[in-house]
Design a protein around this ligand. Structure first.
Ligand code: ATP
Length: 363
């Protein structure tokens, strides 16, 4: 029997509710299967910061390196500045383990009342690939003369040829694995005339390695309009750290709710564990009330299972998720319903098909 070592990091806010729910569903999936999970829980986040003055231990990455995958909740605390919670935990893990490809599938699940009136469910089926290791979030910059009239600050967007080549190669490969075999490369190379022009040039170079994948280019501002007006013209999308961060929140909203959307922070070379998480944040307005939608976490678990090669288990979970979203009585408040986190979790558990019945892949 295979045993997968899974690190769980609930973090802050509703992360403390949705990660235990995800773990519960993973345990249910393992029952009767030929694999099991060995969980290790890490209490890093805002409370840890108040006790220790940092979001996670200095040697925390070492504790993660031996794991097969990480299930993450959220980082964000009303009492701690956002740049500390983000850089001290989530980005420290993503960059420390060089999980350079952030993958965000989006589609309209059955039963979800998505806001685009001219969009049939099948018209919106995207995967956004976000560069996850450098760019606008490279952390390069500084502040001088703080508090003085001559104060100055910089955030340098750092793009390297190696970083751009590897994310574009990953995106072309992923696009080639999907039925449409189409990639849209999003930049802002009209206004940002150095690094973004380099992206365009490298995209044309890498495209030659993938003759079976069609591709086009779009400026990020035009990409937002295209997502709304012509969703079916898009399939796989690749963009920089900042651009894809924004586009994927738009994608999640267009698919019905932030509470549904999943993501994986992937190390394609598998030098260490990859990390899976719902894309929503800590949502302090609903924390502790049992109202958080756990579907984004469950879909992230499906991605985790696919990454581990457990595609049949991922398909079982996606079937259960879709059976639950199809029933409005099982919608949480963000979807206009009344169901609680516990009720949705229980419903997904109950609808898991038996282990031998596989179906479609998760992303
Ligand atoms: P952060 O600063 O950590 O990103 P935030 O509160 O600014 O957190 P989100 O957590 O992404 O941003 O939440 C935005 C809104 O969406 C909130 O009103 C929140 O209640 C709602 N929301 C987000 N995730 C969920 C969820 N899983 N279930 C229900 N509502 C959600």
């Amino acid at each position: 029997m295979k045993t997968y070592r899974i690190a769980t990091i609930p973090g802050d806010g509703i992360g403390k509710e949705v990660v235990p729910a995800g773990r519960e569903v993973m345990q249910a999936l393992a029952e009767g299967s030929d694999f099991r999970f060995q969980f290790e829980d890490f209490d890093w986040g805002g409370d840890y910061y108040r006790r220790h003055g940092r979001m996670m231990p200095d040697d925390g990455l070492d504790a993660l390196r031996g794991q097969d995958a990480i299930l993450f909740g959220s980082a964000g605390d009303p009492g701690i500045p956002d740049h500390i919670t983000l850089w001290g935990l989530r980005l420290k893990i993503c960059q420390g383990l060089d999980q350079y490809a952030n993958v965000r599938p989006t589609r309209i699940l059955p039963g979800i009342d998505a806001p685009l009136k001219r969009c049939a469910p099948g018209d919106l089926d995207w995967v956004i690939v976000r560069e996850n290791s450098e760019g606008e979030y490279a952390g390069v910059g500084g502040r001088v003369h703080q508090g003085l009239p001559i104060e100055a600050a910089t955030d340098v967007s750092m793009m390297t040829r190696a970083g751009v080549e590897r994310i574009l190669r990953f995106a072309f490969r992923l696009a080639g694995s999907r039925p449409r075999r189409h990639l849209t490369v999003v930049t802002k190379s009209n206004a940002q005339r150095h690094a973004m022009v380099m992206w365009d040039e490298i995209a044309a170079e890498i495209a030659r390695e993938f003759p079976d994948v069609s591709w086009d280019k779009e400026l990020v501002d035009a990409a937002t309009a295209r997502m709304v007006n012509r969703p079916s013209s898009l399939d796989t999308i690749v963009a920089t750290n900042l651009h894809a961060d924004i586009l994927s929140d738009l994608a999640a909203a267009l698919a019905g709710s932030l509470g549904i959307a999943p993501t994986g922070n992937i190390d394609p070379e598998r030098r260490g564990p990859s990390m899976f998480e719902p894309i929503h944040g800590s949502a302090f307005d609903i924390m502790g009330k049992g109202l958080a939608n756990p579907i984004g976490t469950f879909w992230s678990v499906a991605m985790l299972l696919e990454h581990l090669g457990e595609t049949a288990a991922a398909a079982r979970l996606m079937r259960a998720i879709e059976a639950v979203t199809a029933d409005p009585a099982l919608h949480t408040r963000d979807l206009g319903g009344q169901a609680t986190t516990a009720e949705v979790t229980q419903a997904v558990r109950e609808r898991l098909p038996a282990p031998q019945t596989a179906g479609a892949p998760a992303a």
